[in-house]
Ligand binder design. Structure first.
Ligand SMILES: Nc1ncnc2c1ncn2[C@@H]1O[C@H](COP(=O)(O)OP(=O)(O)O[C@H]2O[C@H](CO)[C@@H](O)[C@H](O)[C@H]2O)[C@@H](O)[C@H]1O
Length: 476
């Protein structure tokens, strides 16, 4: 039995802004099959505190970055949680990373340093009769954990997973004292990055093993274009870097049992869901494919490329139902485009149940991202027979089999990929899509292929378990 402590800033179903939460929520269950007992250390945001009932207090901290705090143990949705209840850091209105206007909380450095520090203390002393053999941090919010472990003299191996390298968690050097970091280690070999404290770099430097969420993204990260300043460090650590593709929760995302939809086992069952979805989005009947897109609306996700390429879809009988929220400029541009095109319907917001109905009712799931470490919505799409049309990058390259002549001849295609990642090549992909969609025999075969593709956690959980076991064996 291996004990693993996850240090992570979000975890589904309790609190989610994106794919990180899905992974933190699903991977523990998958690892349990391999004899790994995961406990997830999570900030006690107001929304989390409301969902955990009466947990057990397992530790108290008199002064954790300016206030007292408690560590609470509880189980929600089968996940063993350790909730850091620090009201001065987490009990506030607004979102988990920022206020209602979208601005980051000014004390985010302290908020997540506190999480890392408690992670390190758990590794040092154990908690609730439980001590981790492995500490596994996710993204910059967990990056300082190995620094605090080092300060406490803890040698438990630290595994670091990069879900999105675009966020570095940088802070001014003046915060060294406030964060309780050792000024002697504020060097380019450790966590100094262009004169700032970088939580992400601390994680990359301090990890025994680093991984990201697909093999292609692991390779892309070694280039300046994708590494966003961290490519040099990652090249230096290449021997310890791997790519492990994400899975999805096969119970939550199961078209045969999904309570949000009219359940189906074969692609023909999608028709009723498609009718319902058109109604929800106010779209009329059309000859072309009904595309769906569910996403945070950011530059990463290529929404601007999509806006430019859309006529190639909409003017040839295709439709798009889009659900998302994020960058206000993109939200406005999408709403304006929806006013102009009757075959485009946009809902701004976050709606988990609707996202299920979109997977069930859509013909095609669009993921035109500029970069995508793994991506989850194309995996949902595969499972629901909703064929992915994706940019050829990161996990989208690894999980979709492009309908190339060779793949079609072998009968293995599951979707469409486009490259280079430009509006023009996306528009060309829409033209290819129309041809494929009109060839109903090929389309149905692709849907069947898609629904058969393994998209669960089985193989990837085994890969994480291998990392843990090798690190533990190497310690002796
Ligand atoms: N408006 C909305 N309503 C309902 N649901 C919505 C929504 N907007 C987004 N979602 C949901 O949020 C999740 C997004 O996950 P992704 O993996 O696609 O991207 P994200 O960039 O957040 O994750 C980062 O981390 C994950 C996990 O490693 C990587 O897969 C990914 O490449 C990386 O960028 C999906 O479950 C999606 O359905």
């Amino acid at each position: 039995m291996t004990n693993t402590l996850f240090v992570v800033s979000e975890c589904a179903p309790l609190v989610k802004t994106g794919g990180l939460a899905d992974v933190a929520g699903a991977l523990p269950g998958a690892l349990a099959q391999h004899g790994v007992a995961v406990r997830v250390l999570l900030p006690g945001y107001r929304t989390v505190m409301r969902q955990i009932g009466k947990p057990k207090v397992v530790a108290r901290y008199r002064n954790l970055f300016g206030g007292s705090a408690k560590l609470l143990a509880c189980k929600v949705a089968g996940i063993d949680l350790l909730i850091l209840d620090a009201p001065h850091l987490y009990d506030r209105d607004g979102a988990i990373y920022g206020d209602a206007t979208g601005a980051d909380w000014p004390d985010n450095a302290e908020r997540f340093a506190a999480l890392c520090k408690v992670g390190a203390m758990i590794a040092a002393e154990g908690v609730d009769g439980w001590t981790p053999d492995i500490v596994h941090g996710h993204d910059w919010q967990a990056g300082l954990t190995p620094e605090y472990m080092h300060a406490l003299g803890v040698t438990t191996p630290f595994v670091f997973t990069i879900h999105n390298i675009a966020f570095h968690g940088n802070t001014d050097a003046g915060a060294l004292h406030a964060l309780g970091l050792d000024p002697a280690r504020f060097t380019s070999e450790n966590f100094e990055f262009w004169g700032q404290i970088s939580a992400l770099k601390a994680g990359l430097v301090g990890a025994a093993k680093i991984n990201t969420v697909s093999q292609t993204y692991a390779e892309e990260l070694l280039t300046p274009e994708f590494g966003i300043g961290m490519d040099g460090i990652l090249r230096a650590r290449q021997a310890d870097l791997s790519g492990i593709v994400n899975g999805i929760d096969l119970d939550t995302w199961n078209p045969a049992t999904d309570p949000n939809i009219t359940p189906y086992k074969s692609p023909t069952g999608k028709a009723a869901n498609k009718r319902a979805l058109r109604k929800t989005f106010g779209l009329g009947p059309a000859d072309g494919p009904l595309c769906v897109l569910v996403s945070r609306l950011t530059e990463q996700k290529g929404i601007d490329l999509l806006l430019d390429a859309l006529p190639a879809l909409l003017e040839h009988g295709g439709q798009l139902a889009l659900l998302g929220s994020g960058d206000p400029k993109l939200e406005i541009a999408l709403l304006e485009a929806a006013d102009r095109h009757e075959n485009l319907s946009v809902k701004i917001g976050y709606d988990e149940a609707l996202s299920h109905r979109m997977m069930a009712g859509g013909d095609v799931i669009l993921v035109p991202s500029r970069f995508e470490p793994c991506g989850l919505t194309q995996l949902y799409g595969l499972r629901y027979g909703t064929l992915p049309l994706v940019a050829l990058t990161g996990g989208l390259a690894d999980t979709v089999i492009n309908a190339s002549p060779a793949a079609l001849a072998r009968g293995v295609a599951t979707g469409i990929q486009f490259f280079p990642i430009t509006a023009q090549s996306l528009a060309n992909a829409f033209v290819r899509l129309m041809d494929l969609f009109n060839d109903s025999k090929t389309w149905k075969a692709m849907q069947r292929n898609a629904m058969k593709q393994p998209v669960g956690w089985e193989t990837s959980a085994a890969a994480y378990n291998d990392i843990y076991t090798n690190l533990i064996a190497a310690r002796g």
